[in-house]
Design a protein around this ligand. Structure first.
Ligand code: V47
Length: 376
């Protein structure tokens, strides 16, 4: 059983939570609020680590993936974002399909197992472009998993194509989409959404789109963007809504808390998140989302150092090699735009965990000099 060291805290609010955690009992909204309001990060981390080790032992997952952002042209103009551009603005780009296939192929020497594909809400690109993108990638790279399009993009594409969300998802699935990434969830509360992403689908629509994806057999991830204008109650509300949907569908694989990077956004007057909040957010996520198999500490946005420490505070996954990250780098991230597999493994080993290369479905991947095999 995990955690040989005794649990200690001088914060009386944490004692009853500790008892629930040991007994495998579900935490409620007030418990989650107490966790956010306590300064005892070691006690919170102890509990999150206990749960993490109960679920995954010493395994720490990563994958070898490539990001493809086919366009940064976006009609939404979210205040949280430094990536999107209006069609004619300097720096706006849209990849021709051949360009997207070439992008996919570059860096392929690492034998990626996943393409993570997200982009702006383009006012003119037809739905067929996205179907052709996916079917073309599948034809060229049949063994690579396509984790493509956030709930926000799905809802937008369905409007553009004049199809229901279900039909949109079904057509994308038939063209090669294997699962959906977790972006666009931000914070579900309307008050916050009006400030940071006024033109996006609302929280209920995000959840409904995820529900429909899960119903047709597409797994997805979920994210939460924190560290801007939200408060503790908003974060708790967000986590509990995700937990409730997961009870219903079981379709979420991984939860990824994303720290807000203010640089180059209309919210650049806001301060960056602190290390304390980043680590606490990982731990609270692990404790509250008891039905999510995985908590990812995305090194690109957490920094490799914080992501590494989070493997002892509730996270069991660091995401991947992430060749060519753009969204955070446009928002001032100073992390590298990719990391080699050996470096990720070194960071994980230094925490005393065992690195496990996984595919998107968390099946172990075995590599030799000449082959990549996924255990089924
Ligand atoms: O939805 C945008 C966020 C998300 C900023 O599913 C910003 O495996 C911080 O969802 N500062 C996209 N965050 C990234 C994402 C993701 C990343 C890694 C793995 C997975 C997965 C999903 O990035 C957006 C938004 O929430 N974002 N701008 C910014 N300035």
């Amino acid at each position: 059983m995990p955690a040989a060291h005794p649990f200690q805290t001088d914060d009386p609010r944490l004692q009853p939570i500790h008892e629930k955690v040991l007994g495998g009992e579900r935490l409620h909204a007030e418990d989650a609020l107490s966790l956010y309001r306590s300064g005892d990060i070691l006690a919170i981390g102890w509990m999150a680590n206990y749960v993490r080790e109960r679920m995954h032992g010493d395994k720490a997952y990563f994958n070898v993936n490539r990001h493809i952002n086919p366009t940064n042209v976006c009609v939404a103009a979210c205040r949280l974002c430094a990536f999107g551009r209006k069609r004619d603005a300097p720096g706006a780009y849209t990849m021709a399909l051949e360009e997207a296939f070439e992008t996919a192929a570059s860096g392929y020497s690492e034998a990626v197992t996943e393409f993570h594909i997200v982009g702006g809400l383009h006012p003119d690109l037809p739905f067929q472009y996205f179907l052709d993108l996916c079917s073309g990638l599948k034809r060229r790279f049949p063994q690579v998993h396509l984790k493509a399009f956030t709930m926000v993009e799905i809802a937008y594409l369905s409007k553009r194509a004049k199809l229901s969300i279900r039909e949109t998802l079904e057509q994308l699935k038939a063209s090669g989409v294997d699962s959906l990434p977790g972006g666009g969830a931000e914070i579900f509360a309307d008050r916050v959404r009006h400030i940071i992403c006024d033109h996006k689908i609302d929280g209920d629509q995000w959840l409904e789109t995820a529900r429909l994806a899960h119903q047709i057999g597409l797994k997805s991830n979920a994210t939460m963007l924190y560290g801007h204008v939200e408060n503790d109650e908003d974060r708790v509300d967000h986590l509990l809504k995700l937990r409730a949907l997961q009870d219903e569908t079981g379709g979420f694989q991984t939860f990824i808390p994303l720290a807000f990077h203010p640089a180059n956004t209309p919210l650049q007057h806001l301060p960056k998140t602190t290390g304390m909040l980043d680590i606490k957010q990982i731990a609270v996520s692990r404790l509250v989302l008891d039905n999510f198999p995985h908590i990812k500490s995305y090194w690109q946005m957490m920094t490799p150092k914080i992501a590494q420490i989070s493997l002892r505070f509730g996270a069991d996954d660091m995401d991947g090699t992430v060749i060519e990250e753009k969204i955070y780098h446009d928002a001032g991230a100073t992390t590298p735009q990719g990391m080699r597999r050996e470096e990720l493994e070194r960071l994980i080993r230094a925490t005393g965990r065992v690195p496990v290369e996984r595919d998107t479905m968390y099946r172990p991947v075995t590599r030799t000099e000449t082959s990549v095999t996924v255990a089924v």
